[in-house]
Design a protein around this ligand. Structure first.
Ligand code: HEM
Length: 328
């Protein structure tokens, strides 16, 4: 018995050493970022990073020149191409849109979305898009949304609350940004012309660049294709567009990509800078771009009173106690 016990301890220790050596050590330059194992594919290398999957995807994509192929366990159907390359994104979401529906897998995984526009594809999506477009551009809908803070359609409810949560969290970390927003509101607020609040818009865009409410987009080509990055994609394969990673890429946003800097959105003449949607993808890009973008921005910029009375010190206390909870 004692012999078996010792053997078990030895085998467990051996497994621990192998695990530590292959999955937890830092890769030296030249080594592949993700090793593909027989049967298990790249899954073992990904598992330790599941709790920080968005940041890990960003790190792998940055080290693999913005696109990498993930090999899943054999026969699991989880092989996927991950990309945050703006050229590929433009190709998939706009130039060759017809070849890239979300695919039946998306509908299965996101069953909770039901048969609404967010999960629909092809003809059904076209019909829903037309009817939604008509509603969103109807004069009565526009009048109602301009006079109300309470329009909450299910497509936009969670995204808007996610943006606001990150926005106030970032303001608590960057009080000088809040001061500038308040100065702008006090001097320029005009309920009929909210676009005047350039700095507030810039701070919101900057929040959505770093913390997009929809961090991934899934596509599945109808026909085989070659992406601008040179990667081949087979019909019915899976492609994941990494929106979270895209917003943090130094090659796309510059060396200060990880910093929260609303100023990057303001041109020299003091106007809001336009960035192409395949670079700033918070509202998606191409024909499936968000229909509620204008409404969402209008609702958020109307939070004048909230922004004027928001207390950074209270927020700091809350985030400190959250951090204490995290460390338990
Ligand atoms: C800051 C807030 C918002 C963000 C960041 C946002 C972002 C997005 C994104 C990324 C998509 C594409 C989803 C996908 O295809 O997987 C989308 C689609 C959509 N959004 Fe928004 N959204 C916001 C607010 C809203 C609001 C307030 C509404 C409506 C009142 C709305 C209506 C829609 C609709 C109808 C679609 C489907 C478009 C289509 O598939 O053709 N969104 N949104």
């Amino acid at each position: 018995m004692a012999m078996i016990g010792l053997l078990e301890v030895f085998v467990a220790f051996l497994f621990f050493l192998v695990f530590k050596h292959f999955f937890l050590h830092k890769k030296s330059p030249g080594q592949p970022i993700l090793k593909s194992w027989p049967v298990l594919g790249m899954l073992p290398g990904m598992l330790p990073h599941i709790p920080r999957i968005f940041d890990w995807t960003f790190e792998v994509l940055e080290a693999t020149n913005l696109t990498f192929f993930f090999k899943g366990p054999w026969f699991s159907g989880t092989d996927m191409l991950f990309t945050a390359d703006p050229r590929n994104i433009h190709h998939i979401l706009s130039l060759n849109f017809g070849n890239y529906p979300k695919g039946p897998e998306f509908k299965k995984i996101f069953d909770v979305l039901g048969d609404g526009i967010l999960s629909a594809d092809l003809e059904l999506w076209e019909d829903l898009r037309k009817s939604n477009h008509a509603i969103f551009h109807h004069p009565d809908f526009l009048k109602l949304s301009a006079s109300s803070n309470t329009i909450k359609l299910k497509e936009g409810r969670d995204t808007t609350s996610s943006v606001l949560t990150w926005f106030f969290w970032l303001l608590s970390k960057h009080p000088h940004v809040l001061t500038k927003i308040r100065q702008e509101i006090n001097t320029k607020f005009d309920p009929t012309y909210l676009e005047k609040l350039v700095y507030l818009h810039a701070a919101l865009y900057e929040t959505m660049r770093l913390y997009p409410p929809v961090p991934f987009n899934h596509k599945s080509p109808l026909k085989s294709d070659v992406l601008p990055s040179g990667h081949k994609v087979k019909a019915e394969s899976k492609i994941v567009i990494c929106i979270y990673a895209l917003g943090r890429m130094r090659s796309v946003w510059g060396e200060d990509a990880l910093d929260f800097k609303p100023e990057r959105w303001i041109s020299e003449s003091g106007e809001l800078k336009h960035e192409p949607s395949y670079k700033f993808m918070a509202f998606n890009a191409g024909p499936r771009a968000c229909l509620g973008k204008h409404l969402a921005l209008q609702q958020v910029t109307r939070l004048k009173q909230c922004l004027l009375s928001f207390s950074v010190s209270k927020m700091v206390l809350v985030s400190q106690s959250l951090r204490r909870c995290d460390s338990y």
